[in-house]
Design a protein around this ligand. Structure first.
Ligand code: AMP
Ligand code: FES
Ligand code: ZN
Length: 299
């Protein structure tokens, strides 16, 4: 196969784009997808101070590398979860990446916050992943707000977003559908949240990271049974094989035509947010979810 752009030998075939690219042109392709997402959804501009949540995996590191190459004002935030055998490795990948490519890095240690994930896991009967996700989102937002970042970017890709949408649709979860998207506006103590990789698949970010010589972490979290939405992802992959381009059109169709309907429902049902009396985080409850977790941890 020949490269669609320059006719050299192609290294990556992309059926949904009806194209193949050599390593160099692949970078151009990827870059255009990310730029298109940023422009079309008005995610951010060169004036914004962007904090990228870096897990050490292929997606968030690819995102940081690409935004850096595009000339955006970025810094990274890694949350060290203190999971034995896993967190040290993930953190190492993030630290090496940031020093190799010259990206400013901030690290928050959950051990220091009194919430190492193995301890949290012992205190809760349900799967720790949802609690852990909550803790991470809290610190992403809090760190951004406290340190003058006005945008928080995560490495969620098209597969993540389409599978989440599929799952929300299967449950017709109106509130979740109203709050899903790559461009969630900030307000009332919440920083703007963006997902600039929503147009590229997991396969495409893996390729990008490989070709960009990014040394990323492969190991999944030892506490999760695998990636989230695994079953929905495999169903969508089957659909994509039969109908190339379906995944993106499903997701974009929702953004362009479905989302507004649910946004209204979300607002009407929405409760008023007040600052948590202990930590100031916006909450609808008496104290926020994280202060409640803290309380449970100390009993
Ligand atoms: P995941 O839910 O593990 O697929 O992660 C989704 C996104 O959340 C990643 O692409 C990162 O941007 C961010 N993220 C996940 N874990 C961490 C972490 N420990 N520290 C910083 N960012 C993270
Ligand atoms: Fe949080 Fe696995 S990353 S429980
Ligand atoms: Zn609180």
């Amino acid at each position: 196969m020949k490269c669609t752009r320059c006719k050299k030998t192609a290294a990556v075939a992309l059926p949904r784009h009806n194209a193949g690219f050599c390593p160099e042109c692949y970078g151009v392709f990827f870059s255009r997808q990310v730029e298109k997402a940023i422009k079309e959804r008005e995610l951010f501009s060169k004036e914004d101070k962007i904090l990228i949540a870096l897990s050490g995996g292929k997606d968030s590191l690819a995102l940081a590398r690409e935004l850096q190459l595009l000339g955006y004002n970025i810094a990274g935030l890694h949350i060290d979860l203190a999971i034995p055998g896993s967190s040290v490795k993930a953190r190492g990948h993030v630290e090496r990446f940031c020093s190799d490519f010259g990206v400013d890095l901030h690290v928050l240690e959950m051990e220091n916050e009194g919430m190492p994930i193995p301890e949290v896991r012992k205190k809760f009967n349900r799967p720790v992943c949802s609690v852990c996700g909550r803790i991470k989102r809290y610190y992403f937002n809090r760190f951004a707000m406290d340190n003058g970042f006005n945008v928080l970017a995560t490495g969620h890709n098209l597969d993540d977003e389409a599978a989440r949408l599929f799952s929300n649709v299967m449950r017709w979860d109106a509130a979740y559908l109203g709050a899903q998207g790559p461009d969630l506006p900030g307000d009332q103590g919440f920083v703007r949240k963006v997902k600039p990789l929503y147009r590229v698949s997991e396969f495409e970010t893996a390729n990008y990271s490989f070709l960009a010589k990014i040394d990323y972490c492969y190991a999944p979290c030892p506490y999760s049974k695998g990636a989230s939405f695994t079953f929905y992802k495999s169903l969508l992959d089957e659909l994509e094989n039969e109908q190339p381009g379906r995944k993106l059109s499903f997701y974009e169709g929702f953004l362009n035509r479905g989302r507004q309907a649910f946004a209204r429902i979300d607002q009407e049902d929405g409760e008023k947010l007040c600052p948590c009396p202990r930590c100031g985080y916006p909450t609808t409850g008496e104290i926020c979810g994280i202060c409640r977790i803290r309380e449970i941890m100390h009993h």
